[in-house]
Design a protein around this ligand. Structure first.
Ligand code: HEM
Length: 407
């Protein structure tokens, strides 16, 4: 194995915006575990092969605690997050397992299946609104991110939390703002949501008749047992709301871009919406919308993939690279909805104790989106060439920020 002569700076620039940076494949072939330089001139291990990422993400010697000095940040903004009280996403076991366990019943494959009809209603209602506003066919470009992809994921979570139906439209507008890049708008929206959520949780605490939603269950269980405070329930509700929001929005938008580029497979889906499950399996592998999520601090000396690492080292798993690892997937750069991908193959949902808790919810939601979208809008297509779409910067997970479409 040869280390590159110069230390590479991570994250790598996206030259061909839609495809993973070429450094991923080069490193997988030549030097799958390498030191890279981060924005603050510190160094981190970067792992690019699937088996090494799995080993690292399951290793008890690594910590997901963001307050740890060795937790790698990708840009300056990360420092602010270090100062905040962590949710279980950034805690280690046993505290992590205890808090995660309080939510688990809502995120099993069975729970996600139970939510499928609600998700279908949300998808259909948003498509009805789109058609109501712009017509059965339109030649005027409509921003698909603003008017569809950005709306469905938070609405699904509001239903899961138990937010009353009549409050959802106003809150959806708020979270639409929250995902925008305008700093002030984002902050004021957060404050509105924060105030709303506090009142909502208080209402559930004071309610004489418990309801069947996530917040009511947290109140009836951990709150009454003195294991969670009101503030902690509000924080968990926020976590559930924001944890997968961007990844889901990006998965919907990038899914449409990918199917636009693979029109034959898109037409197969149009013919047979039952293919949505296979389409989603392959989309989650191919697009890995959480490319920068899986980072750790080395808490005890450890050997991973034959490489010794010392306590205090930083480590980043390139799950985007792992999802294109030729040792695991034949012709990994080929988008093929007929390849036999198993859910556990996709490292875009992570691995080990911190593997995405929202994985099943996300899969079912994406299946509902792709099963219905092309039935309702069979002529949906991009209004601009793929190269001129606006993508997120390389320091953020891969996504499309604006996406003009016609149908
Ligand atoms: C396509 C959509 C999604 C993708 C690609 C994704 C990806 C990921 C990844 C890679 C991790 C692991 C991070 C690590 O290793 O440190 C993760 C963790 C997590 N995700 Fe997701 N996520 C998605 C949607 C969601 C949704 C919708 C929710 C909630 C409703 C959610 C909740 C969580 C939580 C709570 C964790 C932390 C789990 C833990 O630390 O035990 N995710 N996600």
């Amino acid at each position: 194995m040869h280390a590159p002569t110069e230390t590479l700076t991570f994250p790598f620039a996206r030259r061909e915006t839609f495809h993973p940076p070429p450094e991923n494949a080069e490193l997988r072939h030549k030097c799958p575990i390498v030191k890279v330089k981060l924005f603050d001139d510190s160094e981190s291990w970067l792992l690019t092969k699937r088996k090494d990422c799995c080993a690292a993400l399951a290793a008890p010697q690594l910590s997901a605690d963001r307050r740890h000095a060795a937790y790698p940040e990708i840009h300056e903004g990360g420092g602010k997050a270090k100062a905040q009280t962590p949710t279980f996403v950034n805690l280690d076991d046993p505290a992590h397992a205890e808090q995660r366990g309080m939510l688990e019943a809502w995120f099993t494959p069975q729970a996600a299946e139970k939510m499928r009809p609600m998700m279908r209603r949300v998808v259909e209602a948003n498509l009805d609104e789109l058609v109501g506003k712009h017509g059965e066919h339109t030649r005027e470009p409509v921003d698909f991110v603003q008017e569809f992809a950005g709306l469905v994921p938070p609405q699904v979570i509001y239903h899961l939390l138990g937010i009353p139906e009549e409050d959802i439209p106003a809150l959806s507008r708020d979270s639409e703002v929250r995902t925008s890049t305008a700093r002030d708008a984002a902050q004021s929206s957060n404050r509105n949501l924060q105030a709303y959520m506090e009142q909502f949780v208080k209402g559930r605490i004071e309610s004489p008749s418990p309801k069947d939603d996530l917040v009511s269950h947290l109140v009836a269980g951990p709150y009454k047992q003195g294991k969670l405070s009101l503030e902690e329930i509000v924080n968990l509700a926020f976590l559930v709301l924001v944890a997968g929001n961007a990844a889901l929005i990006n998965s919907i938008a990038l899914g449409v871009v990918t199917l636009h580029l693979h029109a034959g497979q898109r037409d197969e889906l149009k013919e047979d919406p039952k293919l949505a499950k296979d389409v989603v399996l392959e989309l989650t592998r191919y697009n890995t919308t959480s490319a920068l999520n899986s980072r750790r601090a080395v808490n005890e000396d450890v050997e991973i993939g034959g490489q010794s690492m010392r306590k205090g080292d930083k480590l980043i798993c390139s799950v985007q690279s792992a999802d294109r690892d030729e040792e695991h997937f034949a012709h990994p750069d080929r988008f093929d909805i007929h390849r036999r991908v198993e859910p556990k193959d996709v490292l875009g949902f992570g691995w080990g104790p911190h593997r995405c808790q929202g994985e099943w919810l996300s899969r079912v939601e994406l299946e509902e989106v792709f099963a219905v979208l092309y039935q309702r809008l069979p002529d949906l297509k991009l209004a601009v060439p793929v190269e001129s779409l606006e993508y997120t910067p390389a320091t953020q997970n891969m996504g499309v920020t604006a996406m003009p479409v016609v149908w």
